[in-house]
Design a protein around this ligand. Structure first.
Ligand code: G4P
Length: 275
């Protein structure tokens, strides 16, 4: 499977980001804690120069806490980067993300001037939810449909910060290709750009190797077959996805597994650990 998802508005967004970067004090990037590598935008490091970079590993309530902690250490190895695990119900921590960025600014910066924060995040990582928490009101539209926030908006926060909310955007090449699979599994890529039957076996292989007990517990399996299709067949039998004549509805069973992962029904599971 190859996913080449790069709608026109996202290309425009990338140009806009280049344009406004000189006016920005620091960058706040929202990542999905379950796949921080794939949800990170590789353009940002190149575009920010030496501006502070605060990374929010959001949805950490759904992620494997051990993997999240390893990611924080890994991300903070880069100069000027601070990383935090975060969930949507942590309003105090959300506000602290801004003060951490502020403290990283050069000492000779005019303290009376609003701190301009560029907030970035690809679709579905929880960027709109975080903006609403920071603003203390409902500003950014939230949805589990990718790419709902489209136009750039400027949001004043507590008379101290100006948030520049840029449209969710992905980079043109989803490379290495496994990133595309992980993004599709997480919901960052719209369902029109992939087939559940492609990403389901990929997800099952990964869960079998890393979280076998989670699969057994969720689907009531005492043994896990080695082959991913056999695992899907076993889940299908448990979940009523076998049609008359014994034909397995692969589309349906793959969708069930992916939705279970997205909702956290498999437990706290991450799709990536640092190499
Ligand atoms: P986006 O702007 O980055 O595209 O994402 P958005 O804030 O719209 O969030 C996408 C979905 O992720 C929303 O769910 C939102 O509630 C959920 N979400 C955001 N932050 C967290 C978090 O820390 N943990 C968990 N578990 N979920 C989070 P939704 O299904 O669209 O709506 P609803 O659940 O709010 O009704």
């Amino acid at each position: 499977m190859s996913i080449n998802w790069y709608p026109g508005h996202m290309a425009v967004a990338a140009r806009e980001i280049r344009k406004v970067m000189p006016t920005v004090d620091f960058v706040l990037e929202v990542l999905d804690a379950r796949l921080p590598f794939s949800t990170e935008n590789p353009l940002v490091n190149e575009l920010r120069g030496d501006k502070p970079y605060v990374k929010v590993l959001n949805k950490s309530d759904l992620a494997d806490p051990v993997a999240t902690s390893l990611w924080i250490d890994r991300l903070e190895e880069t100069l000027g980067v601070r990383a935090f695990a975060h969930t949507r119900d942590q309003a105090d921590l959300a506000k602290r993300l801004l003060s951490v960025g502020r403290k990283m600014l050069p000492a000779d910066r005019n303290p009376g001037k609003d701190v301009v924060v560029m907030i970035l995040g690809i679709p579905n990582v929880g960027k709109s939810t975080l903006i609403n928490t920071l603003a203390g009101r409902n500003l950014a539209e939230t949805s589990n449909k990718p790419a709902v926030t489209k136009r750039q908006q400027t949001i004043p926060i507590a008379g101290k910060y100006l948030l520049l909310d840029t449209p969710g955007f992905l980079w043109p090449k989803l490379d290495p290709p496994d990133c595309g699979y992980r993004l599709a599994i997480s919901g960052a890529i719209g369902a029109a750009a992939f087939e559940y039957q492609d990403i389901g076996p990929f997800a099952i292989r990964y869960f079998r190797d890393r979280y076998p007990q989670a699969l057994k517990d969720r689907y009531g399996l005492t043994e896990l077959p080695t082959d991913e299709v056999e695992i899907l067949n076993a889940i299908a039998a448990r979940r009523g996805c076998v049609r008359t004549g014994g034909v397995v509805d692969m589309q349906k069973v793959c969708e069930i597994v992916i939705q279970d992962f997205r909702r956290g029904s498999l437990g706290r599971v991450s799709l990536e650990v640092p190499e």
